[in-house]
Design a protein around this ligand. Structure first.
Ligand code: AMP
Ligand code: MG
Length: 387
């Protein structure tokens, strides 16, 4: 059995064959850049007004108004000392503009502008290049494209961006006891929920589950199902059947499909019987079937691989240190992820921690991590993963 850190290192060190696509800007959100972006020009590329008001030439308390410049006016205006033009936010300021005076700080009498504040040179002018200079590196390859990044890239005039492709993910759930939500349930059966939770977790981080299927605990069916999905996937997620029960056929079915085991069993709770393997460029996680185990393994181990595959430089969820909202006595000697709720700068560990229960994960928003047994008082800081 390996440690969480060893598992993370094995995942991190995988060589991954990535591919890239040039996508239209509007379809790049949530992808990782596969190129460096540099600024093709100074941003802004011309001195412009930060306010609706008046562009003035020279320092004075009155000016003659000689014209008007709306945003988007591309002609070349120039001001003489003592003159002013009406100007609007974003409009190019005329040559020889000393400052822009806000319209709220001025008064107009016919064609004369009276200023009700001291005019300071350069005020309310957004200078050419003050956000970025031509040639500045804006984003390195591997950068995550957020909505604001899309906005910035668009403001640089770029309509296409080279990004890493996202992995092709498929999900198999296994178990004789499982029926689909919506079906009529008999005693002894339960609703299959892991594939839905995994599909949703994938979507939440910008990944698509291409296809999913359910297979009963039958060795040859599992072996054939895995063979079929391995062919078509970059990352295959399998739920259930990876533990030590007589009906847990997944590990053997993976072996017989030529999947090389990279690790099996991680010293953690929940999620100990986690399996990770690869066949050529296809990776397989076999996740324990208990709902909280399966989703915890997704957040802790699967997500980093998905991100690496997508070209990310840094992976995983945000960890914070935050005060506990109550005393807590952790008796688990195995490193443990506890379902928790972060609220108002403190964290509360929730009831119903069993790995078979997903309720506390559904009502919480975090996992508190303990490396070993510890007795903590309210207010002590604990490592918390925001999910
Ligand atoms: P297994 O890992 O197959 O031994 O399953 C462990 C526990 O998780 C059992 O109680 C299963 O009924 C439950 N389980 C397995 N797969 C799922 C699933 N897809 N949805 C909900 N519960 C599951
Ligand atoms: Mg099972």
């Amino acid at each position: 059995m390996i440690s969480i850190q060893q598992a993370a290192e094995i995942i991190r060190s995988q060589t991954i064959k990535r591919s890239v696509t040039v996508r239209p800007l509007s379809e790049c959100s949530g992808f990782y850049l596969a190129e460096e972006i540099t600024s093709p020009f100074d941003l802004p590329s011309f001195d412009n007004s930060a306010m609706d008001g008046y562009a003035v030439c020279g320092i004075s308390d009155r000016y003659d108004i000689v014209g008007e410049i709306p945003a988007g006016d591309t002609s070349d205006h120039s001001l003489e000392p003592g003159k002013a033009v009406r100007i609007f936010t974003g409009a190019k300021v005329p040559n020889r503009t000393t400052a822009v005076v806000m319209q709220e700080k001025s008064r107009v009498n016919g064609s004369v502008l009276h200023i009700e504040e001291t005019v300071n040179e350069g005020q309310n002018i957004r200078q050419k290049g003050y956000e970025l200079a031509e040639g500045d590196s804006v984003f390195k390859s591997g950068y995550f494209i957020s909505p604001a990044s899309i906005g910035l890239i668009g403001s640089l005039g770029l309509d296409k961006v080279k990004v890493f492709n996202k992995p092709n993910v498929r999900v198999i759930s296994t178990g004789n006891e499982l029926i689909q939500p919506g079906e009529k349930k008999r005693e002894g059966e339960i609703y299959e929920s892991n594939s839905f939770a995994l599909q949703s977790a994938l979507a939440r981080f910008g990944f698509n589950c291409q296809e999913k299927t359910h297979i009963r605990d039958n060795f040859s069916a599992i072996k054939t199902g895995i063979a079929d999905y391995l062919e078509q996937s970059d990352i295959l997620l399998i739920s259930g059947g990876i533990s030590v029960g007589d009906y847990d056929f997944v590990k053997q079915a993976l072996e017989e499909n030529g999947v090389e085991e990279l690790f099996y069993k991680v010293r953690q709770k929940p999620g100990k019987p986690l399996y990770f393997g690869r066949r050529e460029n296809t990776f397989v996680f076999a996740l324990p079937g208990n709902p909280a185990s399966s989703l915890t393994c997704f957040y802790v181990h699967v997500l980093p691989l998905l991100q690496l595959f997508s070209g990310a430089k840094t992976t995983g969820l945000q960890h914070i240190e935050i005060p506990l909202n109550h005393d807590y006595d952790n008796r688990s000697d195995r490193p443990i992820f506890l379902k928790a709720l972060v609220d108002h700068q403190t964290v509360s560990i929730l009831n119903r921690q069993s790995s078979s229960m997903i309720h506390s994960m559904a009502t919480g928003n975090a996992l508190v991590f303990f490396d070993g047994q510890t007795k903590l008082r309210k207010g002590e800081r604990v490592e918390t993963i925001l999910i």
